[in-house]
Design a protein around this ligand. Structure first.
Ligand SMILES: N[C@@H](CCC(=O)N[C@@H](CS)C(=O)NCC(=O)O)C(=O)O
Length: 205
């Protein structure tokens, strides 16, 4: 398998999951501006939508959309317990979280990366994000992880998007349960090796 990624973006989530599962994969860096990938190609040929993450399987099929990729990966090694089995109510809870993270936090963050957006508009998006984080913080008051006592693919994704908040002047220290959570997740071997591999990767022109 090949994971097409760009450092510090949402592709960190499937990257962490690949390392949690100890699956063999190749990490291919993408330049999100030029849309060239480190394997010499036009990234639009891999993902016509032009964004990371994209997972190319050994038979050449490509899966896009982070929430689909992480569930596909978790189901390759169900014994690792990164996603509850399909057709269970717990799986619905996982999907509920993945959808919340992707629509409310990930997509809710996207406008804040736009430096040309007026400050008043950014304030609206920041306030909405803060309300979403209030809800996340309440959930994390009790169990260690989003689904309870064990790490799941939703945690890989939540950790990934929460890392962006500092850039938007949203200080996670405001929510002690989130601060604790970020520290817990950042200590995982999978997270540390994924971040180190991304930092060591060669930039693509
Ligand atoms: N709906 C997609 C969104 C992916 C996405 O937003 N990727 C960003 C990085 S976090 C990207 O590559 N943006 C570059 C672009 O859109 O040109 C998913 O959830 O996987």
């Amino acid at each position: 398998m090949k994971l097409y990624f760009a450092p510090d973006t949402c592709s960190l989530s499937p990257h962490i999951v690949l390392r949690e599962l100890d699956l063999p994969f190749e990490l291919i860096r993408v330049n999100n501006r030029t849309k060239r990938s480190a394997d010499g190609g036009d990234f639009y040929r891999v993902n016509p939508k032009g964004y990371v993450a994209a997972l190319m399987l050994d038979d050449g099929q490509v899966i896009t959309e982070g929430t689909a990729i992480v569930q596909y990966l978790a189901d390759l090694r169900p014994e690792a317990g990164l996603a509850p089995p399909n057709w269970t109510f717990e799986r619905v809870r996982l999907q509920e979280w993945l959808n919340f993270i992707t629509c409310e936090i990930h997509a809710g963050s996207s406008p804040l990366f736009n430096s040309t957006l007026p400050e008043e508009v950014k304030t609206l998006f920041r306030d909405k994000l803060r309300r979403r984080l209030d809800f996340v913080a309440q959930t994390l008051d009790e169990p260690a992880f989003l689904l309870g006592e064990t790490f799941s693919v939703a945690d890989a994704y939540l950790f990934t998007v929460l890392r962006w908040m500092n850039q938007f002047s949203i200080d996670l220290k405001y929510w002690p349960s989130i601060t604790r959570y970020m520290s817990l997740i950042s200590q995982r071997r999978s997270v540390q090796t994924a971040l180190a591999a991304e930092a060591a990767s060669q930039a693509v022109p």
